[in-house]
Design a protein around this ligand. Structure first.
Ligand SMILES: Cc1ncc(COP(=O)(O)O)c(C=O)c1O
Length: 472
């Protein structure tokens, strides 16, 4: 493909994406294909000769579109939002177009220095303490692929800092994301060395239970190592008390990591920054701009107060990576802050997003999500058939039909099968029956295109489906 042909096909591709953005609300949100349907449309053999670009492009509509679940639809309320936006897409495109590897400072100084600066900006926007920025003597930020990588990297750093103690123990709440356990499995700490600490009625970690468990573990000869506090749990958006956990962590000389994968984005708004109160106790803090902050996957921002521990855990320099700039020790080589060697120029999309929307634009986006979730919450409260299953957290509303689980399960199936919207579920403790949990539907609101009209329409649809279940 010559540069001129690329220009022509590139313009057509941008047109295609712009049309998709315009029309995304018109597709059934959850893909309707059955397992194997997409693969069956592909030949068993790859083409031996290159195909025409027209033939390749024709397969977007024939093969790809039916097999998509439309994450950018204004009616996508499943999981957590994985928002994208035009400036982020253009940043990603530029990253692909430039095709650089930013593993070392010298392999593209712009890749490293823009990333460092943009993460300092983002730290300032969410009001992280100065110690997490590169302006401090010891801290700094890095873009990881995912929150799962961030927790693994910091767990490895914690172990290195502690001098690789025997029988290390990891702590998180029973509501923490499974990536904490997975990190312990990968790190060789083992899932049976992860303690899931009990939660209170708001589903936040009970600090006194954490302290008791650490005491017991020490008495039993284990080495308490790493505590993960979650700000915005996946199931219900619960917020662990970071300051109280931080006091314990400091006393016990553990590494405190704060996983704010989804909720961290809300801290661009001063009125939500209290959720990370106490973050100064944390060694590391992570949130995903690729969730609620309009930055196309993958972009997970991790800040640490002590970058030396990460380097100690992950730095290794074979001869073929040595260069004068790195040897000077005066710069950042981000390969030492992550699991892989190679890295994309992900900072471009985040830089474009922050510059295009500005801090006020980002706040507006988050505030709209919270307002719409508040509207959704009030609809739930005002309808006798429904109940809230947990207090609304920012843009997340957990709700259910009153009565047995089967009714909410049926409602979820009906609404998702209708194509009008896509919701997912979880199980949360049943306040009426201690020790039991119940089926809950999650409404995670925050897509770029979601507006009041979508919330009102989806609520009307939920009510209509619910009344069908009633009369079935
Ligand atoms: C609280 C929390 N932590 C971690 C993760 C994992 O995120 P990632 O896909 O970036 O690894 C999620 C995903 O939703 C999450 O909600």
């Amino acid at each position: 493909m010559t540069p001129d042909e690329f220009r022509q096909h590139g313009h057509a591709m941008i047109d295609h994406i712009a049309d998709y953005m315009r029309d995304v609300a018109s597709y059934p949100v959850l893909s309707r294909v059955a397992p194997g349907d997409v693969a069956a449309l592909l030949p068993d053999e790859p083409p031996s000769e290159g195909e025409s670009w027209d033939a390749i492009i024709a397969d977007i509509d024939r093969v790809v579109m039916p097999g998509l679940t439309h994450w950018q639809s204004p009616n996508f309320y499943a999981y957590f939002p994985a928002t994208t936006s035009p400036p982020a897409i253009l940043g990603d495109l530029l990253s692909s177009g430039l095709g650089v590897q930013g593993m070392l400072w010298s392999t593209s100084p712009a890749c490293t220095e823009i990333e460092t600066k943009v993460l300092d900006w983002l730290a300032d926007i969410i009001n992280l303490p100065e110690a997490f920025t590169s302006r401090s003597s010891r801290g700094g930020g890095v873009i990881q692929g995912t929150a799962s990588e961030a927790v693994l990297v910091t767990m490895l750093a914690a172990r290195a800092r502690a001098g690789h103690p025997p029988n290390p123990i990891v702590y998180c709440s029973s509501q923490a994301h499974s990536s904490v356990i997975k990190a312990a499995m990968i790190a060789g700490i083992g899932r049976d060395h992860v303690r899931l600490i009990d939660v209170d009625e708001s589903l936040a970690m009970r600090p006194n239970r954490l302290a008791e468990q650490i005491r017991r573990d020490r008495a039993d000869g284990f080495s308490p190592l790493f505590i993960c506090a979650t700000v915005g749990t996946t199931s219900s958006g619960a917020v662990d008390p970071v300051a109280a956990i931080g006091e314990i962590s400091k006393r016990e000389q553990c590494w405190l990591h704060v996983d704010a994968a989804w909720a961290g984005a809300s801290c661009v708004c001063p009125e939500h920054q209290h959720i990370i109160g106490g973050v100064e106790y944390a060694e590391s803090f992570n949130f995903n701009p690729h969730k609620w902050l309009l930055t196309t996957f993958d972009c997970s921002a991790l800040w640490v107060q002590d970058r030396a521990s990460i380097l100690e855990a992950l730095s290794i320099t074979p001869e073929y990576l040595r260069n004068q700039a790195s040897d000077s020790g005066a710069l950042i080589d981000y390969r030492d802050w992550q699991i892989p060697l190679g890295r994309r120029f992900r900072a471009l999309k985040l830089w474009f997003v922050i510059r295009h929307y500005g801090v006020e634009g980002l706040r507006k986006h988050i505030r709209r999500g919270v307002e719409l979730a508040t509207l959704f919450e009030s609809q739930v409260k005002n309808d006798d058939q429904f109940e809230l299953a947990a207090p609304r957290s920012l843009g997340l509303v957990c709700f259910r039909l009153k009565g047995d689980d089967a009714r909410s399960q049926a409602l979820l199936t009906r609404i998702n099968d209708s194509g009008a919207a896509y919701f997912t579920h979880t199980r949360l403790p049943n306040p009426a029956s201690p020790g039991e949990d119940q089926f809950v539907i999650r409404a995670a609101i925050g897509a770029l295109q979601t507006r009041e009209e979508h919330i009102r329409a989806v609520w009307a649809r939920l009510q209509a489906e619910a009344s069908q279940i009633h009369s079935d």
